[in-house]
Design a protein around this ligand. Structure first.
Ligand SMILES: [Zn+2]
Length: 134
């Protein structure tokens, strides 16, 4: 059985996987994504990977910050219904603004107004607001 904390970390890992290329260089992103995918598979098989997940997600400063933001958001939501997919309507107070690459490969949730929005490393372009993408 997974405990709630491990479940949250697994969810964070799932959410972070597609974002890694926005916060890490290609080599680190590849290495971490391989590690996370392995841990997710083992977690899905019922193995307790909480400690390893926490360590893997804490290895790089920017990933660690994102992990901590997710965990805070989860705590604010009461943990159990941890779900960072923006709710369609009406947006709750902690629903993040989601920025996306116009080419569709990157999604980046912004939790704080002052936070600097990253660019897509793959396409060297600015992310746009998801809702404004047609
Ligand atoms: Zn892109």
């Amino acid at each position: 059985m997974t405990n709630p904390q491990e479940e949250q970390l697994l969810e964070v890992a799932r959410r972070l996987l597609p974002l890694l290329s926005t916060v890490l260089n290609r080599k680190d992103a590849h290495a971490l994504s391989t590690t996370l995918q392995g841990l997710l598979e083992r977690g899905a098989d019922g193995e307790n990977v909480e400690a390893e997940l926490r360590a893997a997600l804490g290895r790089h400063g920017k990933v660690k910050n994102t992990r901590d933001r997710y965990l805070r958001a989860a705590a604010a939501e009461g943990g159990e219904q941890f779900n960072l997919v923006p709710v369609p309507s009406p947006p709750g107070p902690i629903a993040p603004i989601v920025w996306v690459c116009p080419h569709g490969d990157v999604e980046w949730p912004q939790f704080h107004v002052g936070e600097k929005v990253p660019s897509c490393k793959q396409h060297k372009c600015r992310l746009v607001l998801k809702d404004e993408r047609s």
